[in-house]
Design a protein around this ligand. Sequence first.
Ligand code: SF4
Length: 411
Amino acid sequence: MGKLLENNIYITLNLEEAHSIIINTCAFLQSARNESEGVIQEFIEKKKAGIVKKLIVSGCYPSLCGSSLMDRFPEIDAITGTNDINHIVDALKSDRKAQFLSRDFELVLPSRFLVTLPHYAYLKIADGCSHRCAFCLIPNIKGNLHSFEREFIIQEAEGLVNNGVKEIIIIAQDTTNYGADIYGKSMFIPLLEELEKIKGIEWIRVLYTYPGEVTEDLVSYIKNSEKVVPYIDMPIQHINNTILRNMNRIGQRKDIEKIVGLFKRNDIAVRTTLIVGFPGEGEKEFEELKKFVEETQFDHLGVFKYFREEGTKSYTMENQVEESVKERRENTIKSIQDKISLNRNKTFVGRTIPVIIDYYDGKEEMFVGRTKYDAPEIDNIVLVKGAVTVGEIQDVVVENVKKHALMGRVL
Ligand code: SF4
């Protein structure tokens, strides 16, 4: 969107005003592809009815399907893949059918137009992934890891801070491997050091780390850092050694235990993600996972049912798990985590903690914020009473809690 504005192309959310529609797609699960197709079809109808003139489909779906997407939906005027953000204007201006599907990533400093709240922003430091998890389609779509140059990331972060951003949330498919492709080794910690130097950044949050790559140095860096918040998102996927091996994950149970233990002993909140119902997950393997969740007490946890994705290694694996079993296991883990979350929240009662104020909720008649231990959109919220300013970090006394929320009053 930044690129469009830079080229004097007006963005509107009002369909009646729009000449062209850009549909940015997700494609790494069948459900996402169905949704993408549903939206494409919806706008094909609008194009047929003369409501819009031009239809552009961008992102992962074109990268996955290539030109066959245009064969299936001939009404699409142009497609641009995940490596072709830079060509979105060319796609819009082209007066004939166009395809931009580069295999290689072209580094171009994006002009950002934030769609998140103005005081936080996601900062992508790399794209693609050189791992080959047996369940995952992402390397097929985005290719191997391609890290963005450090200078480029710093420049983008400075631009965000100049526009009022206080919290930078670092993302990539594999953040901890940052730089391995262009600098010969992971340069994630040096990158954090550079980002910390930027005046105006108050919080830096790290998402999507890979457990097999998290080092003791990273744990101690986060612990001692002034700006990197004591929070880590580290999807472990499972804990049973056979399942981990079949998932093609680096590291075994003992490695995961060691690194999670290190984070917890250093008071760093851990968010993880699990897959239940991976092929070969019997009751024994699931019980091991369940017990591990109960014992470990993750601060935040997301659990997903395994989806048999065509094109992945696990698609052809034997011992696929029945849908009803997956569902039961998902619900079991969810209810365990709900209890853990409530108990964890109770430990905050009476404490005074810094909270970033995200917005005012008119229905609750309270401000809504987050602690350092909570990422936006996925983790807990803090409901705050009192006179506060949106976008500011303020001290809040916690008076009460719910399963996924703290409630308090500003000091
Ligand atoms: S590390 Fe993440 S993105 Fe990479 S293959 Fe595994 S699940 Fe997919």
